[in-house]
Write a protein that binds this ligand. Structure first.
Ligand SMILES: [Zn+2]
Length: 248
């Protein structure tokens, strides 16, 4: 049985799926009065966007990351019924039963993935044209995100159908089943750190894994997204002494 209601409830607390549907949710965006510098002023519930000490995204300074012999990321994704949505902030693919992933902090179910242009995370001060955030949740409600960075290059075959028909208007529609395994690059070394949602309410306690190996999208695929969302990346946030590790 596909439990879309349960998925929707989880998504409400997931990075970047904060829907505008509820009238009580104030308008936020990426520029002007609703821009990232003002999120904390829009609602008391967004306060942590300003006062939080472990906010995302961050600039990963590779000379300062600690190499650890940590556990590899173990994806166990599977083909899942899926819905494609434009939530007014990004394009999201909601997964009804997308399998799971095991990262150092535990095993999490895949809930959805979505995109930012340019990438929110930087590596040595450099952003990438796009990033996908694969959002996962465990039974306790803790979130883990895996970020897949994209350079401009070969067309991304896994995203071919989705990016050929990105919804320009808000709403959602069923699409063909999707297996998130197809989004991952061939090797999975990763940077890891504790962070937050990168959108209001900027909740902390999110386990971040940024894959070191970028994937590619074609110029046309990147352009198709940017035509709808020209810029939907939060600026990098202070590290505040957090440790960033790299696992090969
Ligand atoms: Zn995101």
């Amino acid at each position: 049985m596909i439990r879309w209601k349960a998925i929707a409830a989880v998504s409400l607390f997931s990075a970047c799926t904060w829907a505008q549907a509820a009238d009580s949710v104030p308008h936020w965006g990426y520029e002007g009065h609703g821009g990232a510098d003002h999120w904390s002023e829009l609602d008391k519930a967004f306060e942590v966007c300003k006062i939080g000490k472990t906010q995302s995204p961050i600039d990963i300074v590779t000379a300062q990351v600690e190499s650890v012999a940590g556990a590899p990321i173990k994806p166990a994704y599977k083909s899942s019924p899926a819905k494609l949505a434009n939530n007014g902030h990004t394009i999201v693919v909601h997964l009804a039963d997308g399998g799971s992933v095991t990262v150092p902090s535990g095993t999490y179910k895949a809930v959805q993935f979505h995109f930012h242009a340019p990438s929110e995370e930087k590596i040595d001060g450099k952003s990438f044209p796009m990033v996908a955030h694969i959002v996962h949740s465990n039974d306790a409600g803790k979130l883990a995100v895996i970020a897949v960075l994209f350079n401009e290059g070969a067309e991304n075959a896994a995203l071919k159908e989705i990016f050929a028909a990105l919804p320009a208007k808000e709403g959602e529609q069923p699409i063909k089943p999707f297996d998130t395994t197809a989004l991952l690059p061939a090797t999975l070394p990763y940077f890891a750190f504790e962070g937050s949602l990168t959108t209001p309410p900027c909740s902390e306690g999110v386990a971040w894994q940024v894959l070191k190996t970028p994937s590619t999208m074609s110029a046309a695929q990147i352009e198709a997204f940017r035509k709808i969302f020209p810029m939907n990346a939060r600026p990098v946030q202070p590290l505040n002494g957090r440790k960033v590790t790299v696992t090969q």
